[in-house]
Unconditional design. Structure first.
Length: 123
């Protein structure tokens, strides 16, 4: 007489928790004075929506030394804030160089609160 031996593993089902986790990575988009380096708000959103992306970083790669006080605020309100509004995963990284003394305290605090430093490498 043949016996059928069932082990506890025979009763286990494939659970979503059993699937291997997708490794997380960070994505970085660079911006410079007068250029987005070829990325769009939709690309930022797609990166932020990806389950494999931990953080989407926005990094400046050129100085913004020629910006006036109004330009600093416009960069914040019209360009960077809409990207940060896409997802809590979107953050600033790196140093933004403005003309010393040109940035308003409210703008300075906003940039720092969102991950950037201001004029860290100027003499």
């Amino acid at each position: 007489m043949a016996m059928l031996a069932l082990t506890p593993a025979a009763f286990m089902s494939c659970d979503k928790d059993d699937e291997p986790e997708v490794p997380l990575h960070d994505t970085e988009y660079t911006f410079r004075l007068g250029s987005q380096e070829g990325f769009t708000l939709e690309q930022i959103k797609a990166s932020a929506d990806s389950n494999s992306v931990r953080t989407v970083y926005l990094q400046p790669v050129s100085p913004f030394i020629t910006y006036t006080q109004g330009n600093v605020s416009r960069l914040r309100n019209n360009y960077l804030q809409p990207m940060l509004d896409v997802s809590p995963k979107v953050r600033g990284i790196g140093n933004i160089e403005f003309e010393p003394g040109i940035i308003l305290p409210a703008d300075s605090l906003w940039y720092v609160a969102n991950g950037w430093t201001i004029n860290q490498h100027q003499k």
